[in-house]
Design a protein around this ligand. Structure first.
Ligand SMILES: Nc1nc2c(c(=O)[nH]1)N[C@H]1C(S)=C(S)[C@@H](COP(=O)(O)O)O[C@H]1N2
Ligand SMILES: [Mo]
Length: 437
């Protein structure tokens, strides 16, 4: 598969990471099937050959003196990983780049956490430059005592840290109709998962004191778009966070530095970045992002507003579009599942375009509203295949097919909240491609 190259040492092909990483149960099955790991030729999915022990050369230690490091510089990935980056979409081209997005390379993400430099970013009017020393958050409106909090005020509070995914409601919006995106980065990369650190909003609402009849909050950003959303008070009190930390460090500028809202399980759009103001009211505002945008067409010409929850979804990231399989044999199918309504209970994988399904293995930890990794061992016979995953969450909700979605929604234009089962085709040549009809 792409990105998993077997290294060579003195003409001997060594075992690839895919093979050594087999879970012990599958490894036993693999061995029991007659394929010995050493001393025999093993045709595996990655086309790897295990060599006889006496022919294995020990990798050289040829570095007399390594390069020094700058102890004060921010650590960067290896230069050999320079191809692992976010990417703009090549399907939907913006005429200007004030409103733009770049996507997470999900096929290159090896754990459930998206590194900060690879976390997708979506901005409506560029990325503002905000000095935390002068940034303030104001909470006003229907409150007993309006208050202004500096960043140092906020950081004096005890903090909480939570692992959660965040997904743009438009994730995949261009990919259900031609022209189709090729890679999973393009089809599903408006998605990331991080450990978020900050304070529960309920603590600050407690400080200002909600007036009787308070029902909705306005969150507004300090960016050029003054991006704003109306948030129901129940959600704000339940689990909404104001975060300054992402994966153990301060937010990156493009992800809302120095302060953003983070609303677990809901569309990314409501997690307002560069947060400067929360206003309390008794009704929603019906803002641009709640009328002209971020609404869903329904059958009979109606439009659905405030569809906030990101419903259960999954996708296979390995193998995925643009990759190349090297001959029949054993492959580990891997992917992510997530749900804005709870934990992932199960993921099934199909190899035959949805006719039959088999249960994949979920990898710990399986956390509430968090990316969950699934794995499924597949012995590819070299014939054409159509693979896809189907997730079930802790509420019992089953990820729908496109046909299921079309029963309740009008799937036209740039579809938001499209969580249907997504197939990849494998050609006998080993080429993997987007198989949306
Ligand atoms: N102030 C502000 N907040 C914003 C946005 C924005 O453009 N401005 N974009 C929203 C959208 S559409 C999404 S999907 C998420 C993306 O967060 P990220 O860029 O950290 O991934 O931020 C949301 N918050
Ligand atoms: Mo978004």
């Amino acid at each position: 598969m792409d990105g998993k190259k077997a290294s060579r040492s003195k003409g001997v092909k060594t075992l690839g990471s895919g093979e050594s990483a087999l879970p012990s149960q599958s490894r036993r099955k693999f061995l029991a099937s007659g394929a010995a790991v050493a001393g025999a030729t093993v045709a595996t999915g990655a086309g790897l050959v295990a060599a006889r022990a006496e022919k294995i050369a020990v990798p050289p230690s040829n570095q007399e003196m390594g390069r020094p490091i700058d102890p004060k510089a921010y650590g960067m990935p290896s230069k050999y990983e320079a191809h692992v980056t976010r990417n703009r979409t090549d399907v939907f081209v913006n005429k200007q780049n004030w409103s733009d997005w770049s996507m997470t390379p999900l096929h290159q993400q090896v754990g459930i956490i998206t590194p900060n430099g690879l976390f997708y970013e979506r901005h409506h009017a560029g990325v503002p430059d905000i000095d935390p020393a002068t940034h303030n958050l104001v909470i006003h409106g229907m409150v007993k005592q309006p208050l202004k909090f500096s960043m140092s005020d906020l950081m004096r509070y005890p903090s909480v840290s939570k692992f959660h995914f965040m997904e743009c409601s438009g994730n995949g919006l261009t990919d259900w109709k031609a022209p189709k995106s090729k890679t999973v980065q393009q089809t599903h990369g408006l998605l990331g998962c991080a450990q978020w650190t900050g304070i529960p909003l309920s603590w600050l609402l407690d400080r200002v004191g909600l007036a009787d009849g308070a029902k909705w909050l306005l969150f507004e950003g300090a960016d050029g778009a003054a991006h704003a959303r109306s948030i129901p008070i129940e959600k704000a009190l339940a689990d909404t966070l104001l975060v300054y930390g992402q994966n153990g460090e301060m937010l990156r500028p493009e992800n809302g530095y120095p302060l953003r809202a983070f609303i677990p399980g809901w569309e990314g759009n409501v997690s307002v970045k560069w947060l400067r103001r929360i206003k309390v009211s008794d009704k929603p505002w019906h803002l641009r992002s709640e009328t002209a945008r971020y609404t869903d067409p329904m059958p009979e010409g109606k439009w659905r507003q405030f569809s906030m929850v990101m419903e259960c979804k999954s996708v296979i990231t390995n193998p995925s579009g643009g990759m190349q399989l090297h001959g029949p044999g054993l492959y580990e199918i891997q992917g992510f599942a997530w749900s804005g309504n709870g934990t992932i209970k199960a993921v099934d994988v199909t190899l035959d375009g949805g006719r039959t399904w088999q249960e994949a293995k979920l990898e710990d930890p399986v956390l509430d509203r968090c990316l969950t990794r699934f794995r499924f061992l597949w012995n590819w016979d070299g014939g054409p295949a159509k693979i896809a995953s189907r997730a079930v969450d802790s509420t019992g909700y089953v990820q729908p097919t496109v046909a299921d979605l079309e029963k309740t929604r009008a799937i036209t234009g740039f579809v938001q909240h499209h969580n249907a089962i997504f197939p990849w085709s494998i050609a006998p040549s080993g080429e993997v491609a987007n198989a949306i009809a």
